[in-house]
Design a protein around this ligand. Structure first.
Ligand SMILES: [Zn+2]
Length: 316
């Protein structure tokens, strides 16, 4: 880790509070120290700005971390780690070039990774600054609980927090909807390669979930249903809209949605691949059913005649 000392170079001089937050976070959490030092070493700037109700933001084009000055120090100490972590994530991803599943997973992974590190830092601050952990736990109970149950194995705990991020369907859906709205917006102005590339889920995990150069995420998670569920009511219609937009823009059919699962309001989870093949089967059955409305005889008799009808139909 490069030894970094804060200078006034990329911290606004008027903000003693920022300097204090950075020093406090580093002093009470090794995770915070590592992340803030690296972000600083890579030229990231830090400033205050209120961005709606958000606690903070990371501006990729300016390489700037912004914290909302209207929140308490306890809230901003963990937010500082979250936003600084975004500064260390890969920046070369050009969303419009990638398929729907890659986009959803990429955005989810960057957010889950920033949240997992925020959680780790807040947990490390727990002893000296209990209010930091308490406020984090209040806002993200599931992630906090997942981390705490493996707190004696920090790398495993980081992975558990990352996975738990995916479980809050309402929260995850907001990110999914933004991702898909952006893609729908890009469809008309994007080039010929709109949605045409793909990054396997495992590779996204390897690129983003890194700690000291090693992946902290266990293999298999990124291709599991838990990582790939989208909300049927709020997200799925937007998936269909983006698919349609790609067909209209470049006549490209994105089938990456078959890798997803949908969760219905009653909690039922359905693999879209299975759903698609059963929809196809049903339409074949329906078509056959119409043609054979007047058939009678033993079941095997009808089956034989059905097969003959199907053969004739497809032979035409
Ligand atoms: Zn974030």
């Amino acid at each position: 880790m490069p030894q970094v000392f804060l200078t006034s170079q990329n911290v606004d001089n008027s903000t003693d509070r920022m300097r204090r937050l950075m020093e406090t976070a580093k002093q009470h959490s090794p995770t915070a120290a590592r992340i803030i030092n690296y972000a600083f070493a890579y030229g990231c700037g830090f400033n205050f700005q209120s961005v709606d109700k958000a606690y903070g933001a990371y501006d990729k084009t300016r390489n700037m971390v912004y914290l909302n000055p209207n929140y308490s120090d306890a809230e901003l100490l963990s937010t500082l780690v979250h936003e600084s972590r975004h500064a260390l994530q890969p920046k070369s991803f050009e969303s419009a070039k990638y398929d729907i599943r890659t986009n959803l997973q990429w955005v989810r992974a960057t957010e889950a990774d920033a949240m997992a590190h925020e959680c780790a830092a807040a947990h490390e601050m727990k002893k000296d600054l209990p209010q930091v952990w308490n406020q984090f736990k209040q806002k993200h109970a599931g992630i906090a609980a997942a981390y705490e149950s493996f707190a004696d194995q920090p790398d495993k705990a980081l992975g558990e927090a990352f996975k738990a991020w995916h479980d809050n369907q309402k929260y995850v859906s907001k990110y999914d909807q933004n991702t898909l709205d952006q893609l729908a917006f890009d469809a008309g102005r994007s080039g010929f390669d709109f949605l045409k590339n793909s990054i396997p889920g495992e590779e996204i995990g390897e690129q983003i979930c890194k700690k000291d150069g090693k992946s902290y995420l266990e293999k298999g998670f990124m291709t599991s249903a838990r990582a790939l569920i989208v909300d049927e009511r709020t997200v799925w219609p937007k998936v269909i809209r983006v698919k349609q937009a790609a067909i209209e823009a470049t006549n490209h059919r994105d089938s990456s949605d078959e890798e997803l699962y949908t969760r219905a309001p009653d909690g039922t989870v359905v693999s879209r691949r299975t759903a698609k093949s059963s929809e196809k089967q049903q339409s074949v059955d329906n078509a056959a059913g119409k043609k054979c409305a007047g058939l009678s005889g033993s079941p095997s008799d009808i089956k034989n005649r059905l097969t003959a009808i199907k053969r004739r139909t497809s032979g035409r």
